[in-house]
Structures are given as C-alpha cells and as structure tokens.
Design a protein. Sequence first.
Length: 391
Amino acid sequence: MAATASLLLAGCASDQPGSPGGTAEPAEGASPAETAEEAPDETSAADSEDSEPVTDFETIEHEQFDSPWALEFLPGTDALLITERTGALMMRDQESGDIQEISGIPEVVSEGQGGMHDVIAAPSFEQDQTVYLSWVRSADEGSQGVAGRAQLDLEQASLEDVEVIWEQDPASDDGHFALRLLAHQEHLYITSGDRQELDPAQDMDTNLGTIVRLTLEGEPAQDNPFAEDDAAAAEFWTTGHRNPLGIAADSQGRIWSSEMGPEGGDELNLITAGANYGWPEASMGMHYDGGDIPDHTDDDEFEAPKAYWVPAISPGSLMIYQGDLFTGWQDSAVLGGLSGENLVRVELDGEDAEPAGEWDMGDRIRAVEEAPDGAIWIATDSGDLLELRPE
C-alpha cells in the first residue's frame, strides 16, 4: 500500500552567531536516541539541474525484516542485500521480490547497539563477487566491532572465505560502534565510534573515535596522514568522532560523514585527511546530564561541521544522491533521522552544505540507499523496507 510523505520543512537553514553551518529544525517532539508501481519518466541530469527539486514522493511498502541496519544494491545484478542487526544477511531479488537468507555468516553478538552492521560491494564485485561486512563479536572484555571481506555466491546464497581484516581496539561493554563502510578510490574507509568512552576519540593509541583508511586488503594505506606513527595511528584518516553512522562520497570525490551528537549537535562533516573533529572537546550539543561542551569556534584546533542539528535528529545513515529520478537532488546528502523519524536532504555545494528539506516518515530511519533506477529505498527500526518515488 502506498502512502504519501508530507513535506515538513524546506530551505530551513539559518546562520547563528559562532555557528559553523546552518541549523535545520527537526520534526516536533524529536528527542535524542541512540539505540511496485511504474516509475515516472526519467529526465537527463542536464535537464534536472534546471528543474525545481522534488518535494513530494510516494512511499511504497515492501517486506518486513528483523531490525534492518544496512542496504546495498549489488552492481550488475538484480539483488539487494539487507543486514539484520540480530545477526542475519538477507538477499532480495528485485525482479521477483523473493527473499533468501545468506548462509555462512560469521557469529554475531546482537546486544544493545551491536550486531550485524554494514555490507557493501567491493569495487571488483562484478569480477570476483567480493563484499565487505562489519559486525560485532564477543571479546575477552566485552564486545568488539570488526570488518571483514568475503566472496558472495549468488547462486548458492552463501558467503565463502570470510576473513576479518580490521578490528576496533580496545573492546568495551558499551555501544557507539558506528562501523559504516565506504569503498572509494581503491581504499576502504571504516567509521569507528568512541564506544561511549569519550576520551579515546582524542587518543592516538586507540582506533576508537576515528575514521580509518585502509587498502582494499585491510592494511593501513601508505599515504595516510599519520602513516609514520606507530601502531593504531598509521590507519587513521581522521580523529575526534563520537558515533559516525554514515559515510559517503560525492561526485567530485569528497567524502562526507554523518555523526550522532550528544544532547543535540548532530553533524554532517566534510572528511579531510588528518583533521580532528573535536569530540569530546568541542560539540554544538551538550552532555546528557546537562554538562556543557564548548562550541566549535573559528580559532579552535578542530574541524567544525558543515551542518548541524539542534534539537537532535539522530542521523543513523547517509547517502549522497547521484540519480536523475529525484530532480534537483543530484549531489544532495540524504540522511535518515532516528529520534527525528525523518528524512533530511542537505544541498552540497563544493565544501559547503545547506539543509534544504525535511520529511516526516513516522518511524526511525536506519538505512538509506539509492537504487540503480534512482529510486530511494529506506529501512526503518520497525522493520519496514520502503521505496520512495517522486509523485
């Protein structure tokens, strides 16, 4: 059954004194939280640049899943992969709608914020069926986020030769795993949360609170900004992150990450080699117990967000739209709000970002992904798989 999403907010950016970016107001009542129809005729990218951006779309309901966390359309196939935080990897045939559970999944610890997290196709997927995954496993001192690679046998619906290539260190009993993946320009980027420990985000001896940049085989990239440092820092691309639950590249190769802030202060960051994003020394939010955190300022040593949200929307995902179906959305960042229960579009212009629209989705949005035909697919914490198409 199709339902129409209503536009709550468009062009809502406003500059504030000392503010590094615009502030978009979320749907009323949002609070911090961490825990098939025929498509319209498509237009060319050139035509869409001169068109008014899409502001209304229909929502097509598909199947239900158990705590879906990430979506990935496999290139050169009709398959959509869906991770379930509870420990499964599912495959949907986009032609028939048939669902299969993938066998050969590594053992997953599904507690709190942990479980099966992200999945992406390797750049070489069409040649060798390699995929990258991230998940949480048991460790001597709590739980540990890891990333690995494997070969996906589509005919047998199975993973083969699963190999762990990276791990969070140290393990912890708390959440904030992050574990979003991006394969870009022959490198693998992994977001690593602070595990709710705060200080490790500024510690060069642990990879918590960082975004790491590896070779596609899982080794620290040789030209990383701290490549000459010992141990953990050699894999760092950026530091000072809290819970970066989204990472994506725009058409010019710039990398962006969405980050869940504390009490407010959710961020969209332009990811720059060697930059420190401030957590927990600077944030546009405050601690949950009411304690103050210094705001970003022009003269501090930290990289300020390009856009931020107060009150919180709790961004749980990030996609940068490249298709033609949603006219006027090309190179827009699209974020799914958890506490905001909304979909947010942010226009990207070079290194600048301006919130441009917000839609009430009535549920916590966990994953956002662009389909090969330009439709937008989302997964919710309630388990819904939804397809969005312009009206």
